[in-house]
Design a protein around this ligand. Structure first.
Ligand code: HEM
Length: 422
């Protein structure tokens, strides 16, 4: 079916872009053995599926299986009421106020990375290539360890860090999977529980890697939580460690996480927080290296703000909101290069999905909503939405990385699906 084509593209998104151009922002695809899937890039449809409809569109079975293999029983593998419980417990750790408290730490880590880069170029010379993505992965791992758990992985300094090494290769075969992978996944997705257990008894290389990560990250999480027990006043704190430890001790079933859930949650945070941020930053630096004028503008902006705080050498959090070039560069990079280009969901019940822009059916009839049966596979084309959305959101140059668009007045600010700030 089409599934193999869009998972084997040379440039991620090219096919979805072509399809949206041809058929509009919602269309049918054929999956393994001709199974139907609905792909949507329409803002109203995405809003309906992700935001307004709660658990009517849970993650697809295979996405949940991957999450379970990677993390165990954390938020990304949880469903329905369990997911709601996890989410309620974790939300305070992600409030704006809480995140602002990490600004100093993140600037310190950026300083450590800069020193490392200088050290490398001193030894290898300015012409030698540097694997920046690998180093960004290390710095974001240290950031999540220290901000989330008060634990120093020390991966910028320690080049043999085992967890950093595992994380570096974890999704190595995500790109261009072979046909057997689809068929095996298709069979697993439809197999009864006992048969799934039998299949899982013979893990693929990928499953072995995922399980190894789970084992190692849970062991690290156990160590982090043990270490934090004596040092943290976890009854009042809103950091990840405090939130998790409080939940583990809670008598209230609606606010409690078992020990396994706590460790799974920690393992989820380590991967979800680190890989996404590292990839996004890699794209930021890639685009800045291609756009020297914007690189100069962002450097000037940072230097200007820093010059106003010469003693501390550190930028206070309140300044970030006014750093227009920096914010525009980040937003534009998230738009152009989403780390999750497609989200895979499944309708938990019969439903009607509304559309912002009508599409024309194969019989030539314009429709403004799509009826879907329970069990319908729905692929949310984040990448295509970020490039097209409504025709006049991004304009003619939607395929160009142009941070300035964020400084101009948007034509339709009403629709904020928030594809890159979920
Ligand atoms: C640029 C950085 C990031 C990007 C692009 C990003 C992207 C995403 C996306 C697309 C999802 C939805 C996945 C789905 O519905 O299947 C998601 C969920 C999630 N992310 Fe991130 N993320 C980023 C940073 C982080 C960080 C720093 C953390 C934690 C420290 C984090 C933790 C999570 C968690 C726990 C979920 C699951 C939420 C839920 O199920 O309710 N993410 N992220």
């Amino acid at each position: 079916g089409h599934e193999q084509s869009f998972r084997n593209q040379d440039q991620v998104g090219d096919l979805e872009f072509q399809w949206v151009r041809e058929y509009g922002a919602a269309f049918r695809l054929k999956g393994v053995l001709g199974e139907d899937a609905l792909m949507v890039a329409d803002p109203k449809a995405i809003q309906h599926i992700l935001h307004t409809s709660g658990y009517r569109y849970p993650r697809a079975t295979l996405s949940q299986r991957n999450a379970e293999e990677l993390f165990g029983h954390g938020i990304l593998a949880a469903k329905g009421a369990t997911h709601a419980r996890h989410r309620k417990i974790m939300t305070p750790a992600f409030s704006h106020g809480q995140l602002k408290t990490f600004s100093r730490l993140f600037q310190l880590l950026a300083g450590d990375l800069t020193e490392k880069m200088v050290e490398i170029t001193r030894t290898t010379g300015f012409e030698a290539p540097i694997n920046l993505h690998m180093w960004l992965g290390r710095v974001t791992l240290d950031a999540i360890g220290r901000a989330g758990f008060g634990y120093d992985f020390g991966s910028i300094q320690d080049t043999d860090n085992e967890l950093a090494e595992i994380l570096n290769n974890i999704f190595v075969d995500n790109v261009k999977p072979g046909i057997y992978t689809y068929v095996a996944n298709w069979i697993w997705g439809r197999a009864p529980t006992f048969l799934r257990r039998v299949i899982d008894f013979f893990p693929t290389k990928r499953a072995i890697r995922f399980r190894h990560f789970q084992k190692m990250s849970k062991a690290a999480a156990k160590e982090m939580l043990e270490g934090a027990k004596d040092q943290t006043d976890f009854m009042s704190g809103k950091d990840i460690v405090s939130v998790l430890m409080r939940a583990n001790e809670s008598e209230d079933a609606a606010r409690r996480l078992s020990e396994d859930e706590v460790l799974s949650q920690a393992s989820t945070m380590i991967l979800a927080g680190h890989e996404t941020s590292a990839s996004t930053l890699s794209w930021v630096f890639y685009e800045l290296s291609k756009h020297q004028d914007i690189q100069s503008a962002i450097r000037d902006e940072i230097n200007e703000v820093r010059s106003r705080y010469p003693n501390k050498g550190e930028i206070p959090t309140r300044e970030f909101e006014n750093m227009t070039v920096l914010n525009a560069v980040l937003n534009e990079s998230l738009r152009m290069h989403p780390t999750a280009p497609i989200l895979f969901r499944r309708a938990a019940q019969d439903d009607v999905i509304p559309l912002a822009e009508p599409i024309i059916t194969s019989r030539g009839v314009p429709v403004k909503e799509i009826t879907v049966p329970k069990g319908q596979h729905v692929h949310i084309a984040i990448h295509a939405y970020n490039r097209f959305g409504l025709p006049d959101i991004w304009g003619e140059d939607a395929h160009t990385w142009r941070p300035d668009r964020w400084l101009e007045k948007r034509k339709d600010d009403a629709i904020t699906v928030g594809v890159f700030n979920m």
